[in-house]
Write a protein that binds this ligand. Structure first.
Ligand SMILES: [Zn+2]
Length: 221
């Protein structure tokens, strides 16, 4: 409920066409769709991403729809602001490792007060450097991409189509093909059969493979 309440507030403040990054943005988008915010979220074109760092721990099928590296709509944003901030905050740890609770809180308070002031003062520089970075990417990597597209005869619309094709592929292989399941059961059954035929002189050997599955496979085959 807490993430939903936060989201409701964010939508009130920032309005439509929001992109929200969350470590579990993939699952959470379904929770939002089922919640009382669902209709509003869809009408206001709210969409979720999984952060670029966390996204690699999600499966490829999830990444195709939620990883900012694969979605042109995310721009340069990696949705890992918290990780960036915590890594800076961690630099204060040596200052109060052996300090009292009071001094730990006081140091963190000073850190965050300073952080807010610095970020606010540096906002213009930050926007300008992001803009320059975007121009540099378009200049350098844009040329390389245009050359590759010419060489491989690829139009711009091919790239979203590749993602769609990959999504469709994962939908198709969601369940193991019956032919493969049967082939493995058949192989197991053959192994069982071979072991059953080999009877050492001094002891009895029982089939060590998953008997019921193999037998079921054998029965069907
Ligand atoms: Zn996921």
């Amino acid at each position: 409920k807490y993430p939903l309440a936060c989201l409701s507030k964010i939508m009130d403040v920032y309005g439509t066409d929001l992109g929200v990054g969350y470590d579990i943005g993939c699952d959470h988008s379904k929770t939002v769709a089922r919640s009382s915010l669902g209709t509003r979220a869809s009408a206001e074109r709210l969409r979720f991403y999984v952060g670029a760092f966390h996204g690699y721990a999600h499966n490829r099928r999830c990444q195709l729809s939620y990883h900012p590296r694969l979605l042109t709509t995310a721009g340069l944003e990696d949705f890992e602001t918290n990780e960036w901030i915590f890594s800076k905050q961690n630099l204060t740890a040596h200052l109060y490792r052996h300090a009292s609770e009071y001094h730990r809180h006081a140091t963190l308070h000073a850190f965050w007060a300073r952080w807010d002031e610095d970020r606010h003062a540096g906002l213009g520089d930050w926007l300008a450097s992001n803009y320059k970075q975007a121009l540099a990417i378009l200049d350098e990597e844009g040329l390389a991409l245009a050359r590759l597209q010419r060489e491989l005869d690829l139009a711009d619309q091919c790239f979203p189509r590749f993602l769609d094709e990959e999504r469709a592929y994962f939908e198709r292989v969601r369940d193991e093909p019956e032919q493969d399941t049967l082939a493995f059961k058949y192989l197991d059954t053959l192994k069982c059969l071979a072991e059953s035929r080999y009877v050492p002189l001094m002891s009895h050997v029982t089939c060590s493979h998953s008997g019921s599955q193999a037998q079921a496979g054998a029965a069907r085959l």
